[in-house]
Design a protein around this ligand. Structure first.
Ligand code: ARG
Length: 465
């Protein structure tokens, strides 16, 4: 039986009826629906609507529904998770089950379930993102003094420590966790008690209900609470930033693992072969990781445009916010595991990276800085080193291989040994001795700092499973 058939003369058209049901996907909210229903039943008992005996019958039924889950032969006419649970309580506990919906509405229930679901999802994403950061830090530590070229405009720019490059991603993911945490704080208010739109008519203790469900307190306005999904939009938008960061990491690794770069060797376990070309080892895991950003961003746009311009308060359009949210959560958890696994078994080709980090005039900036330290105005130093670069290109050598005469032709008048030692890889790296820079001591401090921040981020309560 439907929950609302009384007013209708004729039955709903069958294909529309099938199409409007959300149970095929909102059944994943079952545990939250049960928790919300328990809290509501207890509030009803406290308000005198249910007797002590009735309450235990309802609570017992709710517990059984949760432990049984959704049986395979479940009636296909179940409309949504709320319908499923209410019907189950009536089946198990008899007529008292019909009292459960006193003073509540599906509008407040779905708003509550989705907040609980999003809160748990944030905790799971937090734990998995922490594991990814941990893997980045471990790799950074293991990379030690390994140097690589840093690129701007996809052109070799300056040498950096490979650890510095890895920690750049750690920073991005730390901010992603931070954003999710602030979303969690904002969403942690309980809509129960809001009724369908105007607030419930039963004097339930909203503070107590909120506390039981782990919320900081009740929502402040029943129309807002039943009709906004900004918490879901925010979560998916944050997840799309996280996906964007993952896609950049994936892209770096895809490029760096190609023969052209050869900086890293990807683990076989995260690659696939070609059915046609026997020599191929394709970075499929990373490519899918890169594509994940497109899907999540699509979900973020779908969510924002679904809620945009909806008149207050609840509209059935809001049901359409569920799938983009669920899809984002499922995919995000999966890609984080893949990214972490892939990174953990990544092999960095230190000698090959070092060769790339010491070729192609990447010490030109350090050379100009060297002249500037000796009193040559930087613009002038830039010009002179630019000439030296041109000369080294025509001689097919590196800057530090130019002779005193060569330097003289470029109007560079410095002791050759000092010039050369200022251009060595170690000197160039050490030059960037500033907070946030790539000097080895700074990078070592950064590793410790990332670890500290990771540890100080509150470990989520429910996120381990
Ligand atoms: N399945 C619905 C949703 O996801 C639940 C709320 C239905 N409320 C209603 N008034 N039809 O939004």
């Amino acid at each position: 039986m439907k929950m609302w058939s009384g007013r209708f003369e004729t039955a709903v058209e069958a294909s529309f009826d099938r199409w409007q049901r959300s149970f095929p996907y909102d059944r994943r909210l079952l545990a939250y629906e049960i928790a919300s229903s328990k809290a509501h039943a207890e509030a009803l008992a406290q308000a005198g609507v249910l007797s002590g005996q009735e309450l235990s019958a309802v609570i017992g039924a709710l517990g059984r529904i949760l432990s049984e889950g959704v049986p395979a032969d479940t009636d296909a006419t179940i409309e949504d998770v709320h319908h499923f649970v209410e019907r189950g309580v009536v089946e198990q506990a008899g007529d008292v089950g019909m009292k459960l919906h006193t003073g509540r509405s599906r509008n407040e229930l779905i708003a509550t379930d989705l907040r609980l679901y999003t809160r748990d999802s944030i905790d799971h994403v937090h734990v998995r993102t922490s594991a990814l950061i941990e893997a980045l830090v471990e790799k950074a530590e293991a990379a030690g003094m390994a140097a690589m070229p840093a690129y701007t405009h996809a052109q070799r720019a300056e040498p950096v420590l490979a650890a510095h490059w890895l920690l750049a991603y750690a920073e991005m993911f730390l901010r992603d966790i931070d954003r999710l945490q602030s979303c969690r704080e904002r969403l942690n208010e309980c809509p129960l008690g809001s009724g369908a739109v105007a607030g419930t008519v039963v004097p339930v203790d909203r503070q107590a209900v909120a506390r039981k469900l782990g919320f900081d307190g009740p929502t402040a306005n029943s129309m807002d609470a039943t009709s906004d999904r900004d918490f879901a939009i925010e979560f998916v938008q944050h997840a799309s930033l996280l996906a964007g960061h993952l896609s950049r990491l994936a892209e770096d690794l895809i490029l760096f693992s190609s023969n052209e770069y050869g900086f890293v060797h990807l683990p076989d376990a995260y690659c696939t072969g070609s059915s046609a070309m026997p020599q191929k080892k394709n970075p499929d895991a990373l490519e899918l990781l890169r594509a994940h950003a497109g899907r999540v961003l699509g979900n973020a746009v779908a969510l924002a445009t679904t809620v945009k311009a909806l008149p207050l308060a609840y509209n059935k359009d809001l049901q359409e916010t569920q799938m983009p949210l669920f899809d984002t959560v499922g995919r995000t958890l999966a890609v984080l595991d893949v990214a972490t696994g892939c990174l953990r078994s990544l092999d960095i080709d230190v000698p090959r990276m070092r060769i790339a980090a010491t070729r192609g005039g990447m010490n030109a900036f350090a050379a100009a800085a060297f002249l500037a330290r000796r009193g040559v105005p930087f613009r002038k130093a830039h010009e002179l080193i630019g000439r030296a670069v041109q000369l080294s290109l025509s001689k097919k050598c590196e800057l530090e291989e130019l002779s005193t005469e060569d330097l003289g032709r470029c109007e560079i008048d410095v002791p050759l040994d000092q010039f050369r030692s200022a251009l060595s890889l170690d000197a160039v790296l050490a030059l960037h001795d500033v907070e946030g820079g790539t000097a080895p001591a700074r990078v070592a401090a950064a590793i410790a700092n990332v670890r500290e921040r990771l540890e100080s981020m509150q470990e989520p309560v429910g996120g381990r499973s």
